[in-house]
Design a protein around this ligand. Structure first.
Ligand code: MRU
Length: 348
C-alpha cells in the first residue's frame, strides 16, 4: 500500500511522499519541525483532505517535540502553533478537525501529568493521537470502499476528478477506495481519469494509482467529460470531498461542480465518497465554506513553461461547491447517505 505519510520512530521524523514530484520521481521527504509540515501542506507536497488532517496531527506532535519553554507557557505555545498550522489551507475541514482532536488529548494529558513531566506526557499523547488518526483513516477508507463497491457494475465505465486516492488519505482512498474495493471483488470495469487542471492531481496521481493497481483506466482532459457522457460512455461518477455541510453541500476540487451539473443533465449517478471527518455540521450552506484561492503562477505556468502572458490577470480558486440536489448519494465509512441529506446526514 502507498504510504502517504507515516511516523518514523528511527529518526523521530514524519515521512511523507512529496506529491509535487510525482509522477516523475517517487521521493520520500522527512519533516522534523512543524514548519516543514506547514510548508508541505501549503505547497501540496501532502494534499487531499484526510491526508492534510493526518499531517496536521503529526505537526502538533513535532511542535511539542521542539518545545523548550516552561510548563506555564505551554498552552499559549500550543494555541499559537495550532492556529499557524490550521491557517495553511482553509477549505478541507479535516485539517482543523485533526488539529482540534489532537490538541484536546494533549491538553488533557498535560493537565493530568505531574508537574515537571507534563510536556513529555503531552508529547506522547500527541504522537499516539496522530498515529490513531492515521490508522482510523485507512480503516474508514476501506469501509467507504466496501459500501461503495456495490454501485460499480460489470461493464461500467466510471469517471473521477482530482485525486481522492491513497495519496489523499492515510492509504486506500475514498473515491479510489470505491474502485479498489470493486476491483478486489472481481468487478470488471473501467475508469476515466480527469486530468484536473491546474495542478493535474488526476493526471499525476490518480493515473499513477490506477496503473499501480492495474485497474483499467483512461486519462482525459477535463473538458472531455461532457461528450463522453453524451455518448453514453460513463455509467457512474465518484469524487472525494473537502468539506460537507449538514445540508449536503460538498466542497471539492475545482471542476467537480461542472461534472455534477453534466451528470444531472445526462442522468448519470454522481456519488461523493468521504469519511465522517469531512463533515462540518457547524454550517449549512455552501456559501459558508471558505474557498481557498491559490497563486496565479499555478495557471500561468506548467512547471517552468509559460502557458500565458506573465502579467495576465488570473482567478485560481482551488475548490468549488456542489449543491445537494446534484448528488445521488454520499458514501461514508458509516454507510451510504441517501437523499434527503438534510435529514439523513445527521442520522450518521
Ligand atoms: O488541492 P488538493 O489536491 O488538496 O484537493 C484535493 C481534493 O479536492 C480531493 O478530492 C479531496 O481532498 C478529497 S481527498 C480524499
Amino acid at each position: 500500500m502507498i504510504k502517504t505519510i507515516v511516523y518514523n520512530s528511527v529518526g523521530n521524523t514524519v515521512d511523507y511522499i512529496d506529491q509535487t514530484l510525482l509522477p516523475e520521481k517517487e521521493v520520500v521527504a522527512s519533516a522534523v519541525r512543524i514548519e516543514e509540515i506547514a510548508e508541505a501542506i501549503l505547497h501540496l507536497r501532502v494534499r487531499g483532505a484526510p491526508a492534510i488532517g493526518i499531517a496536521g496531527a503529526y505537526g502538533i506532535y513535532l511542535a511539542i517535540d521542539k518545545f523548550s519553554g516552561t510548563e506555564d507557557t505551554f498552552f499559549d505555545y500550543l494555541d499559537e502553533r495550532s492556529s499557524y498550522l490550521n491557517a495553511t489551507r482553509p477549505t478541507a475541514v479535516n485539517l482543523s478537525w485533526a488539529i482540534k482532536r489532537t490538541k484536546k488529548v494533549v491538553l488533557a494529558s498535560f493537565t493530568d501529568a505531574e508537574p515537571g513531566k507534563r510536556v513529555e506526557s503531552a508529547k506522547q499523547a500527541a504522537l499516539r493521537e496522530a498515529n490513531a488518526i492515521l490508522l482510523e483513516d485507512i480503516e474508514m477508507c476501506r469501509k467507504i470502499g466496501a459500501y461503495g463497491a456495490q454501485f460499480v457494475k460489470d461493464g461500467d465505465s466510471w469517471l473521477t476528478h482530482c485525486n481522492a486516492g491513497a495519496f489523499a488519505t492515510g492509504g486506500y482512498g475514498t473515491a479510489l477506495g470505491v474502485f479498489r474495493a470493486a476491483f478486489e471483488a472481481g468487478r470488471k470495469f473501467h475508469v476515466y481519469v480527469d486530468e484536473t487542471r491546474p495542478l493535474l492531481q488526476g493526471a499525476r496521481l490518480t493515473a499513477w494509482e490506477m496503473l499501480e493497481e492495474k485497474i483499467p483506466a483512461t486519462l482525459i482532459c477535463d473538458n472531455m467529460a461532457a461528450s463522453l457522457m453524451a455518448s453514453g460512455k460513463i455509467q457512474g461518477i465518484v469524487v472525494g470531498a473537502d468539506r460537507i455541510t449538514k445540508e449536503g453541500y460538498v466542497a471539492n476540487k475545482i471542476g467537480t461542480y461542472s461534472i455534477a451539473v453534466l451528470a444531472k443533465y445526462h442522468k448519470v449517478p454522481f456519488y461523493v465518497a468521504a469519511p465522517v471527518s469531512t463533515f462540518d455540521l457547524t454550517i449549512s450552506k455552501g456559501s459558508e465554506i471558505v474557498i481557498e484561492e491559490r497563486k496565479p503562477e499555478e495557471i500561468i505556468y506548467a512547471g517552468k513553461t509559460l502557458l500565458a502572458p506573465k502579467n495576465m490577470k488570473v482567478y485560481n480558486p482551488a475548490f468549488d461547491v456542489t449543491p445537494p440536489e446534484l448528488i445521488t448519494a454520499i458514501i461514508t465509512n458509516a454507510g451510504v447517505i441517501n437523499q434527503p441529506f438534510s435529514e439523513n446526514i445527521k442520522k450518521i
